[in-house]
Design a binder for this molecule. Structure first.
Ligand code: SAM
Length: 313
C-alpha cells in the first residue's frame, strides 16, 4: 500500500505554491454565474494539524507557510533603481494573491495561531457557492476515512462527494460536467513512478472529453527524467489541442547533493515544484508575475531560490 502521507508535507513550499495558484484560479472562475464543478483527483486528508506528530516530525511547514507568515510583514524589496538617491530599495506591498492565500489559511485558525493547515479540499470548498460542486478522490483507506470525517463536519450535503477510488480513472465518468464548467486539480504524490505518465494520460483523455475545462497539475522539479517530462508533455498536449497554457515554477534551494563533515551525503529534500495550467484565466499570468518573485524571496533557503512564469497558446 502507499506510504505517502500528506500530513508530513502539509504547508510546505510546494503547498504554498499549489494553494496560492489554486485560489487565484478559483477566484476568477467563480465570478461567472454558471455552476462550476471542481474535481480534486488526489485530495489527501483535507485538514492537517501543524502541531501534530506528522507535521512536527518533518517540520516542512517551517520552510513554507510558517516562513511566509514570519516574513509577511517585511515583504521583499523592489529592485533598486539606478537613481542616486535610491540607495536602499523600497519595500513593496505583498502581492494580492499571496495575501488572499494567507487570509484564507488564517480563517481556519484562531487569531494569531497557526495550528491548522487546510488542504485543497477545504480550500476549494470554502470558496465555492451553493450551486457549485466538489468531487474529491482519495484512494488511501486511512486518508479517505479522515477526509470523509472532516468533510462530514462541514454539513455540505450533496455539494461535496468523497470517492475512495483512483482519481486518474474516476474522473472519466464525470466529464463533461452537466453545466460544462469545470476545474480539475491533479496533485499526485508521484510515489509510484507511473504517476508521471498517468497524470499526462489523464489530461490527454480529459481534453478529448471536455476541451474547455481548466486543468491544473502540480509536479515536483527533481533530477528525474519522468519529472522533467511532465511540463514538456503537457505543453505539447495543450499546443496540439490549440489550448492556452501557463507553467509556473517556484525554487527555494539548490537541487545539488551536499555532504556533511563526515562525508555523509545530504539529500536536499524537495527543492522546487511547478503548476501547469491548461485553459488558465487570462488574469493569472500577471498575478503570478507579481507574486512568485515575492514567494521565492520570502521562502528562499539559499541563493538558488527563483521563480518562472511561462505561457503559450
Ligand atoms: N491535494 C492535496 C492538498 O493539496 O491538500 C494533497 C494530496 S497528496 C499530494 C496526494 C494524495 O493522493 C495522497 O493522499 C495519496 O494517498 C493520494 N493518492 C495516491 N494515488 C492516488 C490515486 N491513484 N487516486 C486518488 N488518490 C491517490
Amino acid at each position: 500500500m502507499f506510504s505517502y502521507r500528506h500530513a508530513f508535507h502539509a504547508g510546505n513550499h510546494a503547498d504554498v505554491l499549489k494553494h496560492t495558484v489554486l485560489i487565484a484560479i478559483l477566484r476568477h472562475l467563480l465570478q461567472k454565474d454558471t455552476a462550476l464543478t471542481v474535481f480534486d483527483t488526489h485530495a489527501g486528508a483535507g485538514l492537517y494539524r501543524l502541531d501534530g506528530d506528522y507535521a512536527e516530525t518533518s517540520g516542512e511547514a517551517a520552510g513554507g507557510i510558517l516562513q511566509l507568515l514570519a516574513s509577511k510583514d517585511k515583504p521583499p524589496a523592489a529592485p533598486a533603481k539606478k537613481a542616486p538617491d535610491a540607495s536602499k530599495p523600497a519595500a513593496v506591498a505583498l502581492a494580492p494573491i499571496i495575501q488572499d492565500y494567507l487570509d484564507l489559511v488564517a480563517s481556519f485558525n484562531n487569531k494569531g495561531s497557526h495550528k491548522v493547515y487546510p488542504g485543497s479540499p477545504f480550500i476549494i470548498q470554502r470558496l465555492l457557492g451553493e450551486r457549485d460542486k466538489l468531487k474529491l478522490f482519495e484512494i488511501h483507506p486511512t486518508d479517505s476515512k479522515t477526509l470523509s470525517a472532516n468533510i462530514a463536519q462541514l454539513q455540505a450535503g450533496r455539494q461535496v462527494a468523497v470517492l475512495r477510488e483512483d482519481g486518474f480513472e474516476g474522473l472519466k465518468k464525470f466529464l463533461p460536467p452537466p453545466a460544462r464548467r469545470a476545474l480539475v486539480l491533479s496533485d499526485p504524490s508521484y510515489e509510484i513512478k507511473n504517476d508521471y505518465a498517468r497524470v499526462v494520460a489523464m489530461v490527454a483523455d480529459s481534453l478529448v472529453r471536455f476541451s474547455t475545462g481548466t486543468y491544473v497539475v502540480w509536479y515536483p522539479i527533481i533530477p528525474r527524467p519522468e519529472a522533467h517530462d511532465v511540463p514538456r508533455k503537457l505543453k505539447t498536449l495543450a499546443n496540439k489541442a490549440g489550448k492556452s497554457w501557463l507553467n509556473a515554477t517556484l525554487t527555494v534551494k539548490s537541487s545539488k547533493l551536499t555532504s556533511d563533515e563526515s562525508g555523509e551525503v545530504i539529500r536536499p529534500g524537495l527543492p522546487a515544484s511547478g503548476m501547469f495550467v491548461i485553459n488558465p484565466p487570462h488574469t493569472l499570468k500577471a498575478a503570478l508575475q507579481l507574486a512568485l518573485p515575492q514567494l521565492a524571496s520570502m521562502l528562499a533557503q539559499d541563493q538558488h531560490a527563483t521563480s518562472t512564469v511561462e505561457s503559450g497558446g
